[in-house]
Design a protein around this ligand. Structure first.
Ligand code: ACM
Length: 689
C-alpha cells in the first residue's frame, strides 16, 4: 500500500551497521528504540519526528473494549510512568475526544481465555502528534501495547515515542515456555513474574508441568491425598490456579497443564498406591532421574481414577489442550509384574512402548470425553496413536518432522532446553520450520511452533529467572518473527536492552545472581567476584547431574547458582577477539583492559576464596583466571610486535586452556575458545621479525 513500505530486515541491517560499532564496542549511546525491538516486528517503516510523552498524554479505547483491554491499557500507562517518571492520567479519554494514544479493537472476540490460533496481529502508527494501535482482536491490541512500550526512549531532556509504522503478526501460533514446578516448587509469585516476562516478548503459552516423581503440585478435591501426601505441603490450591489463569488470560497467554503419566508419577502413588504397577508402598522420590514407578495400565481402576481426576482438571483449566507427559516411562515395573506380562502376551504386544500406546489410547478417549485435546512428549508417537494427539518434540528434529508427516500437530523443544546451557545464538538460530525441512505445505502446517523448556532439577525460585531470561526472549523472537531474521550480532545487541526491560518488569535474572555472590563472599564488596563470574557459566545439565548428583535435598547456594548462562561477556569477548585479529585498535585496547582487570583483581578474589569454603570448591577456576589474563596480554603483545612467542609457549598455553575447565567444578569459562584463537594467531606471528 505504501510505496515506502519495505521489510524490516534490510532497514535494520542499515541502521545496525551504523549503530552497532558504537553500541557494542564503546558501550556509548543506546541505539534508537526502533533498533531494539524484541521480538522484531514483520514490517517497520520509520517516520519523521517523535511523539513527546508528557503529563497530558491521554489514551482512548475505540471499537470493542472489555476489562482485559482496559486493564492492559492501564498497565501500559503505569509502565510508561515507571520508565519516564511522569504521572499520566489513567482514565481513558471519552470516545471521540482527541487522545494521544488510541487503541482500536475491530472485532468483538470475547475477552475470555485465549485459544490457539487467535488473531494476534496489530498495527502501530506513531506520528509527532498521535499514536494508534489497531488490531482485529483484544489480544493483538495487547501485543501492540508491548511493542509501544519498548519504543519509549529518551530524547534530549524528554521521553518520546519515535514516529513509525509497524504492521506485525506472529509466524507461529504456539509460542511457549514450559516450567517444571514438580521437581522444585515455584511459588505463585514466580509464576506471576514469569507471565509478565512472557507477555513482554509475546510468548503465549505457559506449559505448566505440575506433577513429578518429586511432587504433586496441584490441589485435587476429588482425590485430596494426591497433594496431601504427595507434595510436602508445596502445591497450588485451585483458587491460586484460577487466579493465575485469569492473570495469564488478561495478558493473552494460554495455560496448558501437564500431568505426567504413566511414568514420572511416583508422587501420585504415595496417597493412591493402587495406581502403581508395583505393590508399594510409595514415598515421594528423593532423587532425580528416570525412576521405575509407572501407573498400572491394565487395571480398570486406573482409568476410572484418571477419568475423575482429568475431569476435575478439565473443568479447572479452560484451555482446549491438556498435556499428559508420556516421557521416560522405562517399562521396568511393567515387565516385572506377571499380570501385566500376561496382558501383553494376550494382546500380542511385544514391547512396553506398545503397551504405553494402549494406555494413551484409553487416556485419549477420556480426554475427548472431557473435550480436551491430548499433548504428549515425543515418546508417545506411534502409528496407533490417534491423530488428534499433539506431539511435543524433545529428542532429535526428526521426531518433529516424523510427527508432522504422520499427521500430528507438533511443537519443537529439543533445541530450546534451557538447562543445557545452549548459547542464546544457538537457540535463536534453531528453527521449528527450516527452509530445508523437506515437509510438504500440508505437513508443514502441523508445525504449530515451539516451547523453551525449564526443567527444575537444578533450580529454585531464587535462580530460575537467570536460567530462563534473557535467553527465552531470543527464543520468543524465533517463534514470532520472520524466518529471515537470523542476524546473531543484531539479536545480541537488542537482547542487552531487552534484558534490562525484563528486569524492570520484575524478573530477577540480573539482581538474583549477585545476591548469591554476596552470600558466597560474605561481603557487599563483590566487584572482583562479579568480574570473575562474568567469565563463567553453569555447566550443562548432564555434567552437573553427574558431578553434583543434585537431589531435592541439595542446597543451591554455590558459585554455579550465582553465574548466568551465556553472560553478555561471552558474545562481546568473541566479537572483540575477532576485531583484534583483524587489527581493530579499539578492540585490542578493550581486550587489554579486560585482561589487566583479571590480573589486577585476582589477589582480591584469592582473599575472598580464603574466607569462603564454598568458593574454595572452584579453586581451579580461580587460580586459572589471572593466567588467562596473562595469556591474553602475551598474545596481544606478540601480535603487536609481530614477533612469535618463545618456543613451547603455544603448548604451554594450550595446556593451561585445557586444564581451565575441570569437570569436577560446576562452572565453565566462556572465554576459552576465543582465547584459543588469539593464542594461535599470536603463535603464527612471523618469528624473529
Ligand atoms: C523430558 O525432557 N523428559 C521430556
Amino acid at each position: 500500500m505504501n510505496p515506502r513500505t519495505f521489510r524490516l530486515l534490510p532497514l535494520l541491517a542499515a541502521l545496525v551497521l551504523s549503530l552497532l560499532p558504537v553500541a557494542l564496542r564503546a558501550q556509548a549511546q543506546p541505539a534508537s528504540s526502533l533498533t531494539t525491538l524484541m521480538p522484531l516486528p514483520s514490517t517497520l517503516v520509520p517516520g519523521t519526528g517523535a511523539l513527546p510523552i508528557n503529563a497530558s498524554f491521554t489514551y482512548a479505547l475505540l471499537g470493542h473494549s472489555g476489562p482485559y483491554i482496559q486493564q492492559g491499557a492501564v498497565r501500559l500507562l503505569r509502565r510508561i510512568e515507571t520508565r519516564t517518571g511522569i504521572s499520566l492520567p489513567l482514565a481513558a479519554a471519552a470516545k471521540g475526544q482527541d487522545a494521544t494514544l488510541t487503541i482500536n479493537v475491530l472485532t468483538d472476540l470475547l475477552e475470555t481465555n485465549p485459544q490457539l490460533g487467535d488473531d494476534e496481529s496489530y498495527t502501530l502508527d506513531i506520528t509527532a502528534q498521535h499514536a494508534q494501535i489497531e488490531a482485529k482482536t483484544w489480544i493483538g491490541a495487547l501485543r501492540g501495547m508491548e511493542t509501544l512500550l519498548q519504543l519509549v526512549e529518551p530524547s534530549g531532556s524528554q521521553y518520546v515515542l519515535p514516529a513509525v509504522h509497524i504492521a506485525d503478526a506472529p509466524r507461529f501460533p504456539w509460542r511457549g515456555l514450559m516450567l517444571d514446578t514438580g521437581r522444585h516448587f515455584l511459588p505463585p509469585a514466580v509464576i506471576y513474574r514469569t507471565l509478565d516476562g512472557m507477555a513482554s516478548v509475546k510468548l503465549n503459552v505457559l506449559h505448566w508441568h505440575l506433577t513429578e516423581d518429586q511432587g504433586f503440585r496441584i490441589e485435587s478435591k476429588v482425590f485430596p491425598r494426591l497433594q496431601q501426601l504427595g507434595s510436602n505441603g508445596q502445591y497450588y490450591t485451585q483458587q491460586q490456579v484460577r487466579e493465575i489463569i485469569a492473570y495469564a488470560s488478561a495478558r493473552g497467554i494460554r495455560i496448558v497443564p501437564e500431568f505426567d503419566m504413566p511414568g514420572h508419577a511416583t508422587s501420585w502413588m504415595v496417597g493412591y498406591p493402587q495406581l502403581g504397577s508395583a505393590p508399594g508402598p510409595f514415598t515421594i522420590a528423593d532423587r532425580f532421574g528416570v525412576l521405575d514407578a509407572a501407573m498400572n495400565p491394565i487395571r480398570p481402576g486406573t482409568y476410572t481414577f484418571l477419568d475423575a481426576f482429568l475431569g476435575e482438571m478439565a473443568r479447572l483449566f479452560p484451555d482446549h489442550y491438556l498435556h499428559v507427559g508420556g516421557d521416560e516411562s522405562n517399562g521396568k515395573e511393567w515387565r516385572a509384574n506377571p499380570q501385566i506380562r500376561a496382558f501383553m502376551k494376550a494382546h500380542h504386544m511385544q514391547t512396553t512402548a506398545e503397551l504405553q500406546t494402549y494406555f494413551n489410547q484409553r487416556v485419549q478417549t477420556i480426554l475427548a470425553r472431557h473435550h480436551k485435546q491430548m499433548v504428549g512428549w515425543d515418546e508417545i508417537l506411534n502409528p496407533k496413536l490417534p491423530r488428534q494427539a499433539v506431539i511435543q518434540n524433545w529428542h532429535g528434529l526428526e521426531f518433529l518432522t516424523n510427527a508432522a508427516k504422520q499427521g500430528h500437530d507438533t511443537i519443537l523443544s529439543h533445541p530450546y532446553y534451557l538447562d543445557h546451557m545452549y548459547s542464546t545464538a544457538e537457540m535463536f538460530l534453531a528453527d521449528p520450520l527450516p527452509a530445508d525441512s523437506g515437509l510438504t505445505p500440508d505437513q508443514a502446517r502441523h508445525i504449530l511452533g515451539g516451547e523453551a523448556c525449564m526443567w527444575a532439577e537444578d533450580i529454585i525460585p531464587e535462580t530460575v529467572d537467570s536460567r530462563i531470561w534473557p535467553r527465552a526472549a531470543a527464543v520468543a523472537e524465533r517463534f514470532w518473527s520472520p524466518a529471515t531474521d537470523r542476524d546473531v550480532n543484531n539479536m545480541y545487541s537488542r537482547l542487552q536492552v531487552e534484558s534490562l526491560r525484563l528486569e524492570a518488569e520484575g524478573l530477577t535474572h540480573l539482581s538474583g545472581p549477585p545476591r548469591i555472590l554476596r552470600n558466597l563472599a560474605g561481603t557487599e564488596q563483590i566487584a572482583p567476584l562479579q568480574l570473575f563470574a562474568d567469565t563463567l557459566q553453569p555447566v550443562d545439565f548432564g555434567i552437573r547431574g553427574h558431578e553434583q548428583r543434585p537431589s531435592p535435598a541439595t542446597v543451591f547456594d554455590r558459585l554455579v547458582d550465582g553465574v548466568r548462562p551465556d553472560t553478555p561477556l561471552n558474545h562481546q569477548f568473541e566479537l572483540q577477539v575477532n576485531g583484534a585479529l583483524q587489527g581493530n585498535a579499539g578492540d585490542v585496547a578493550s581486550l587489554e583492559a579486560l585482561f589487566h582487570g583479571w590480573i589486577a583483581n585476582a589477589p582480591a578474589l584469592d582473599k575472598l576464596e580464603a574466607g569462603s569454603p564454598l568458593l574454595q570448591e572452584d579453586s581451579v577456576h580461580i587460580a586459572a583466571w589471572p593466567k588467562l589474563g596473562q595469556m591474553g596480554l602475551d598474545a596481544l603483545q606478540a601480535m603487536r610486535a609481530h614477533k612469535a612467542p618463545p618456543a613451547g609457549w603455544l603448548q604451554q598455553q594450550e595446556a593451561t586452556l585445557k586444564a581451565a575447565n575441570p569437570r569436577s567444578e560446576l562452572v565453565d569459562f566462556v572465554v576459552l575458545k576465543p582465547l584459543q584463537k588469539l593464542v594461535e594467531a599470536a603463535a603464527a606471528s612471523p618469528a624473529g621479525n
